[in-house]
Design a protein around this ligand. Structure first.
Ligand code: UD1
Length: 419
């Protein structure tokens, strides 16, 4: 068990390098199951969620080598022997479900424990299963397991009821070997979907339209090895931008792409942040970042639900009232009681949070309840007067590589202790 301790009310400066996107790397690792040759992922973030999905692949029989000196992961899925991965391992992380599409595509059958609920909502998998059924798979759910069978998948048109990121990825991977053409309509448009499509294409898949609402996959018979570097983590970048806003600081982000950050930049600019982009570098100036804003989370290119909690921390010290509406997940305001303990003035009514900016937050002992709620507490702690102690930091480690080292390098008074 570890805690993060922040002595707040500091100004940050310097530069921070942004890691590769967790939400790209997880499906890309799952996609390695499709190929019987060794694939190499360069610049992979060394995160808990990444280690969990690597363990799931190892449990299946893949040879996985993680090099945490040069952040490379090599995966050889030639000798997969197990088609029923360990329940405890799978239940550690919902994204384990991303192995379903590739396992079905390559081996024609697969059995997986149903995911449990999670802190931020119920998170069903009906859209994933609907897509696999449309491709011709037989799907049975019983005794807490999902059994998918389909030796011969056939391309078809699939219309998603909601542009689910995971369902789009699973169906895209399942369709890679399907006979004929598959079209996913109302597909998720997130940059991570494009990244997965690019990785699959680098292995020989024929995918068009990723990043739009209609993705076309022409079935192929085999995929070959690839070496691939995933895109940067736009949520990690957005989190550091919120740090600049709340601490009224100016610093540089390295390794980003303004295009993927547009929905976040647009709101932070409304708050008063000045952002200057130069290729892969971006200077964020939060010195006048005081204005309240209203935010509604939506699928990309709308404002990301994964940045909602961090924006709430920033807005809790703005000069006025902001309204955040969470439309993607039903229970994603877990940070509110903890921010309230720090002095924030936030009221919740269903999926709406009303945030009245306060002049100061004060440090106290708080608990990370999920990944982004944990990041929100780090942001609040940086601006709060006195000491903030964050418990259950393993949630934060699921998605932020070296968070205290990166913030320390920016000048924050932050440390991690073992208890
Ligand atoms: C992915 C991201 C997560 C992000 C989310 C939304 C990864 C590993 N995780 O999660 O960080 O918060 O996108 O941007 O990429 N839904 C259904 N049925 C389904 C699937 C989803 O009803 O079969 C619902 C979910 O309950 C949720 C909404 O659709 O309310 C969005 O979920 P989805 O886009 O699937 O999120 P994930 O892929 O799980």
């Amino acid at each position: 068990m570890e805690k993060i301790i922040i002595n707040g009310d500091t100004t940050l400066k310097g530069e921070v390098a942004i890691s590769s996107a967790k939400n790209s790397v997880l499906p890309i690792i799952a996609a390695c199951i499709l190929c019987a040759e060794e694939c190499v992922i360069e610049g992979a973030p060394m995160l808990e969620d990444v280690f969990v999905i690597c363990s799931v692949l190892q449990d299946l029989g893949c040879i996985v080598e993680i090099n945490n000196v040069n952040n490379t992961i090599s995966i050889n899925s030639k000798n997969i022997i197990n088609k029923e991965p360990n329940i405890e391992l799978v239940r550690k992380m919902r994204a384990s479900f991303l192995i379903m599409g590739p396992m079905l595509a390559r081996f024609g059958s697969f059995k997986l424990s149903m995911p449990g609920g999670c802190n931020i909502g119920n998170r069903p998998i009906d859209l994933h299963l609907k897509g696999l059924k449309a491709l011709g798979a037989k799907v049975d759910t019983e005794h807490g397991f999902v059994l998918v069978e389909g030796n011969k998948l056939t391309g078809c048109k699939i219309n998603l009821d909601f542009p689910s990121v995971g369902a789009t990825e699973n169906i895209m991977m399942a369709a890679v070997f399907a006979e004929g053409t598959t079209i996913i309509q109302n597909a998720a448009e997130e940059p991570e979907i494009i990244d997965l499509a690019n990785f699959l294409s680098s292995m020989g898949a024929k995918i068009f339209g990723a990043g739009t609402g209609s993705i076309t996959i022409h079935g192929v018979t085999t995929l070959h090895k690839s070496v691939y570097k995933p895109i940067f983590d736009r949520i990690e970048a957005g989190t550091y931008m919120a740090c600049a806003g709340i601490t009224k600081s100016k610093f540089k982000l390295i390794g980003v792409n303004e295009e993927h950050l547009r929905p976040i930049i647009s709101k932070l600019t409304e708050c008063g942040m000045i952002i200057e982009s130069n290729g892969e570098e971006m200077i964020v100036d939060g010195r006048e970042c005081y204005k309240p804003v209203d935010i509604k989370t939506l699928p990309y290119p709308g404002f990301p639900t994964d940045m909602q909690a961090q924006m709430m921390s920033l807005l809790s010290m703005s000069h006025g009232t902001s309204v955040i509406t969470e439309t993607v997940f039903e229970n994603r305001f877990m940070q509110v009681p903890e921010l309230t303990r720090m002095g924030a003035n936030i009221k919740i009514d269903g999926r709406v949070a009303i945030i009245d900016g306060v002049k100061k937050l004060t440090g106290c002992e708080v608990k990370a309840t999920d990944l982004r709620a944990g990041a929100a507490l780090v942001i609040a702690g940086l601006a709060a007067t006195g000491i903030t102690t964050i418990n259950d930091v393993y949630h934060i480690d699921r998605g932020y590589m070296n968070i205290e080292k990166k913030l320390k390098a920016l000048g924050a008074d932050i440390k991690r202790i073992k208890i």
